[in-house]
Each structure stands twice: as C-alpha cells, then as structure tokens.
Design a protein around this ligand. Structure first.
Ligand code: SF4
Length: 154
C-alpha cells in the first residue's frame, strides 16, 4: 500500500482548516488545523466549539493534507484544537506526511510536553503546551496564559 492509500484509511475529526494565513499562531504566516474534541473544559476557552468529541467532520488524513498543501505555499502549519493528542493515530500520520514534505510544524496542546510521544515531538518545530488559565490570561505573542510554554524544537 502506498503512502497516499494508507493516509486515505486514517481518519481525524476536524473542526476547521484555515489557510487564510495567521500571524499569531507561531512564527511567520501559518495555516491552521483545529482538531475536534477536548476534555479539559478550561474556563473562557476560545474554542469551546471544538470540545464535542463527536462533533466536527471526519476526514481522512490524505484529504486533510491535500487541502492544506493546496493552500499553504509557505509550508508553515499550526495544529491546534481542541486537544490534538486525543486522536493520536491520526495526528501521528498527519505530522508524518507534513514532516516528510518539509513543513514547519507547530503543535498546540493542553497536555504537558512530557506526555507528548517522542515520535511526534521529534517531527515538530514548535510546541505550545499547558492548559489555558483564565486568571493568568496574557496578550503576550503566541500565548493564551502565562503558565503555558511556547518553545522552539528546531
Ligand atoms: S485545552 Fe484548549 S481547547 Fe481544551 S478547553 Fe482548554 S483552552 Fe479549550
């Protein structure tokens, strides 16, 4: 089975793919993928429409990659949610293909960095980790609250 055929069989629940070009979700102009589902229920979460694990739309990883790739000439992507790590198999496959095609990849997660599998971590350029905490809200670039960490893994 070829790579594309394999990726057609791996599914992810997606809230939104936004390739308009964001400048506030990591360095440079980036496309965004918001994966569906989160159990953390942070107060004042900006993305509560992504909480329902049965919401969003089911897409195969090949289609997700093709949509990103058609619309992301600068090859920078931020994967957010929701909680991307709830869909580990699909997330791994998406990161694998993006990494293989030389994308600059940022991952936003509410988990601690120690909970992110090495097989994912080794393919990331940036990671933002830690839950959003309303009482620690900040306008600092790329951050939601000051307890979070945004680091380069390059
Ligand atoms: S982890 Fe993120 S998506 Fe989940 S509830 Fe908290 S702020 Fe919202």
């Amino acid at each position: 089975m070829g790579m594309n055929q394999f990726l057609k069989n791996v599914m992810l629940r997606v809230n939104t793919i936004d390739c308009r070009g964001s400048v506030c979700d990591g360095p440079g102009i980036r496309s965004l993928v918001f994966l569906q589902g989160c159990r953390k229920k942070c107060s004042k979460c900006h993305n509560s429409q992504t909480w329902d694990e049965n919401g969003g739309i089911r897409m195969n990883v090949n289609d997700i990659f093709q949509e990103i790739d058609r619309n992301t000439p600068l090859k920078r992507i931020t994967i957010s949610g929701g909680e991307p790590l709830l869909q580990l198999d699909g997330l791994q496959s998406l990161i694998d293909i993006l990494h293989e095609r030389h994308y600059d990849i940022a991952l936003y997660t509410g988990y601690d960095i120690k909970e992110v599998p090495k097989s994912i971590l080794c393919k990331l350029d940036y990671i933002k980790y830690g839950c959003y905490k309303e009482d620690l809200h900040t306008t600092l670039e790329y951050y939601g609250s000051t307890n979070q960490k945004f680091i380069s893994l390059k």
